[in-house]
Write a protein that binds this ligand. Structure first.
Ligand code: GLT
Ligand code: MN
Ligand code: MN
Length: 389
């Protein structure tokens, strides 16, 4: 692979222990790869040029580990991080694998399960902070229903709020430098999951006690599963000051939950996403929440990880080329053609301006008549992406 796309620490490329550590189990088949230990994963990620590694509590420490085993695991993990210069910027809780969470965690009907979920998360936050995490992700994979006969969605939302408020206070009380990033998903593993999209999460955050501490961790595949435009969702999170973290991967809408290598399937949407992140200056981790095809061996897993980062860097270069392309920029400028007669109205209200605009007589025929050359612009982009421009 060409050196010009070699990942650098400032690219902030991260992977979860569960991503490169995925053993290829699926609902129809057993694992196809031997598991790697957390320390082996740290070494592998360092070898391929990643900046950091993220984890669920139980990716690192088995759920039934003793306190002594926990401390030993954490010690060796931190030692490996230091040795290879890797960071652990994000941590999260596994609130979905254990059968105790079969009806959800923070939104389970059973109050004891809800309390256990908060208990487990407090301990997982301690673990994350001990390893250096400053972002704490909440993915509510089991927070949903198969049948709404079983639970009131209004109660579920209230329980979710109760848990997040409690955990925000815990983080503050402990003096943790931690922000919460909520990750929406529309379905799978539940029939329907509460807060299915970025927009619904954004609405919910405003109802929390400490909305400033809480933002989003949007994932490409999750918005695509809902048939939505991920770049638009990310733009909205960014605009609200809530893009705390991001999960990059790929997904063919209408298929199973694929978690493909970044840009493996939807090249153009991946381009628009990278273009947006680079143009607005998002400087958080670029986390690849994906895994290698089930056909791959250990070397294939490395190819997968390298591929995620390489595609991002190629698309970043393409975004720069797009910004510098005179033909494309000229056409865009024409489409936005400014007229001195119509300034932007943002913040520009005055009685006089309103009256002048209300009385203005518009030539609708003329407004509708000018071609916008969008066919040309989009084809120029296609040429650029396909390397013939
Ligand atoms: C799980 C899920 C992801 C979430 C992870 C964080 S775990 O693999 O599919 O989208 O980001 O809990
Ligand atoms: Mn994710
Ligand atoms: Mn996913």
């Amino acid at each position: 692979m060409s050196d010009s796309y070699r990942p650098q620490p400032e690219d902030k490329f991260t992977f979860g222990l569960w991503t490169v550590g995925n053993v290829g189990r699926d609902p129809f088949g057993e694992p196809v790869r031997a598991p790697f230990s957390p320390v082996e994963i740290v070494r592998m990620l360092a070898d391929v040029g990643a900046y950091g590694v993220n984890f669920h509590d139980n990716d690192l420490v088995p759920i039934d580990a003793t306190a002594r085993e926990r401390d030993e695991i954490v010690r060796s993990f931190k030692e490996a991080l230091d040795e290879r210069g890797l960071k652990a910027p994000m941590a999260t809780t596994n609130l979905f694998t254990d059968p105790a969470f079969r009806d959800g965690a923070f939104t389970a009907n059973d109050p004891a399960v809800r309390a256990y979920a908060i208990h487990k998360t407090m301990r997982a936050m301690d673990l994350g902070v001990e390893c250096g995490a400053t972002t704490y992700v909440f993915w509510g994979g089991r927070e949903g229903t198969e049948s709404d006969a079983t639970k009131s969605p209004v109660d579920a939302l209230a329980w979710m709020r109760e848990a997040l408020n409690f955990l925000c206070e815990y983080a503050v009380d402990q003096g943790y430098d931690l922000r919460f990033a909520l990750e929406p998903k529309p379905n799978e593993p539940r029939g329907d999951i509460y807060f299915p999209t970025v927009g619904s999460m954004l609405g919910f955050i405003g109802t929390l006690d400490r909305p400033d501490m809480v933002g989003l961790n949007p994932e490409v595949a999750h918005e695509h599963m809902a048939g939505l435009n991920f770049t638009h969702a990310v733009a909205q999170a960014w605009d609200a000051g809530k893009l705390f973290h991001i999960d990059l991967n790929d997904q063919n809408p209408g298929r199973y939950d694929q978690d493909f290598r970044f840009a493996a399937h939807n090249l153009k949407p991946a381009f628009f996403l990278v273009k947006l992140l680079e143009e607005v200056g998002y400087d958080g981790p670029r986390h690849f929440d994906a895994h290698a095809y089930r056909t791959e061996d250990a070397e294939g897993v490395r190819d997968f990880a390298r591929g995620c980062m390489r595609s991002y860097l190629i698309l970043k270069e393409k975004a720069q080329a797009f910004a510098q392309d005179e033909a494309i920029q000229g056409l865009l400028a024409e489409a936005q053609q400014a007229s001195a007669e119509f300034p932007s109205y943002a913040g520009g209200y005055s009685r006089q301006a309103a009256e002048a605009l209300r009385e203005h007589s518009f030539d609708r025929g003329q407004l509708a008549s000018r071609g916008l050359a969008y066919e040309k612009i989009d084809q120029l982009l296609t040429d650029l992406l396909l390397g013939v421009r």
